[in-house]
Design a protein around this ligand. Sequence first.
Ligand code: ADP
Ligand code: 5GP
Length: 197
Amino acid sequence: MADIQLQVTAAKGHLFIISGPSGTGKSTIVSAILKKRPQLGYSISFTTRPPRGDEQDGVDYHFISQDTFRKKIDADELAEWAEVHGHLYGTSARYIEETLAGGQDVLLDIDVEGTKRLSARYPEAISVFIAPPTMKELEKRLNRRGTDSAVVVARRLKSAEAEMAQAHCYDHVIVNDDLGKALVELETIIEKVCLNG
Ligand code: ADP
Ligand code: 5GP
């Protein structure tokens, strides 16, 4: 009897892009979802921005110099990168490739420009825009967070208007008014995608 060879191809993981204006609650939502779903991978970005509040290197970001960042661009190590609010931010191509190839789902928190570039590279990525309930509430959250100077808050609020105008480009928009509800909405999106394989 002829040998029957079964070729099993491991399923690739899914890529979930989370975006939205600074202060809208992305980090809060992402850390809550990672606690509930520890099987999700989180892409820790590289940035030239200095650490804020109690942020830790290698946990919140890989904090690197401009020079090191430029070398990563030249070596093609970044799946996408962008200048946001005056600093450089980028995604490790190796982390994304290896994690997805290993079958693990990946969550990223990146800006609108980065989303466009990453969606072009990974057309199957699912993009989710987190919007604040109002611009006034966004301003309150940025001030309440207490990690940025008035100048930085003003710059981020100005960018927020342009970012909000791009919300329609995303697969899903979640208004982060009630945090619990926003979390349930994101979990539902993730579960649906994962159920469909
Ligand atoms: P981002 O990562 O989008 O810049 P953060 O997660 O740092 O935003 O949230 C900004 C501030 O808003 C934080 O102080 C956070 O505790 C607060 N926050 C987040 N979600 C909500 C919400 N649904 N209601 C009220 N405050 C919120
Ligand atoms: P923050 O300085 O508040 O942590 O982030 C500022 C902005 O940079 C946010 O919109 C965040 O989503 C974005 N950002 C963080 N990491 C990356 C990244 O790797 N690439 C891109 N394009 N944007 C990023």
